[in-house]
Design a protein. Structure first.
Length: 184
């Protein structure tokens, strides 16, 4: 049986270090684990209850919910924008939080990790993402943490997938997350 983990990247930039981290997670996923990255967050409009009604839900939001529904767990890759969670990631959480009480994210194990330029690796944004996705109904695994500081210099000449310390951290994160899936 293959475990499906949906990865959401909080940066829309093609060369983003968090996108590279997400690809590294997919590349180094353990056997039996598939990480699916949803690359259409930039197409999902800001959440608005007026358009979240049958027949009016935008296609990108429908696709997000469908892929989330088929996932066993979630991993959010969050950079830090002005000390907090990027709007695109918060918007995805808002769309996934509906319908209230029966959403695609409800009760599913979720981890939040990331990298940022600052000396703390984006921990403020990651903490905010954990708070938001938990309130949205996900089962946030609070002890799964991976915040990689100094992304601009650290990944100037190497990719996260080639950084031994990062790969080791990803193995720990994915091992812990898959254990939560198995326990659910």
């Amino acid at each position: 049986m293959t475990v499906r983990i949906l990865g959401l990247v909080g940066s829309l930039r093609a060369g983003s270090h968090n996108r590279q981290l997400a690809h590294a997670a997919a590349e180094h996923a353990p056997e039996g684990v598939e990480i699916v990255l949803f690359d259409e967050l930039g197409e999902v409009p800001f959440y608005n209850e007026d358009i979240d009604v049958d027949g009016s839900v935008p296609a990108a939001a429908v696709r997000l919910r469908e892929v989330a529904e088929s996932a066993d767990a979630f991993i959010l890759f969050s950079p830090e924008y002005n000390g907090t969670i990027p709007a695109v990631l918060k918007n995805a959480i808002d769309w996934l939080s509906r319908p209230f009480g029966a959403s695609a994210i409800s009760g599913k194990p979720t981890a939040v990790i990331g990298t940022a330029f600052g000396q703390y690796g984006g921990v403020w944004a990651q903490d905010e993402a954990r708070k938001s996705v938990g309130i949205a109904g996900a089962k946030v695994i609070e002890d799964i943490k991976l915040a990689i500081p100094g992304s601009v210099t650290r990944f100037a000449e190497t990719r996260p997938a080639d950084d031994t310390e990062v790969v080791d951290g990803l193995h720990k994160v994915l091992g812990r997350l898959t254990a939560e899936i198995a326990a659910a």
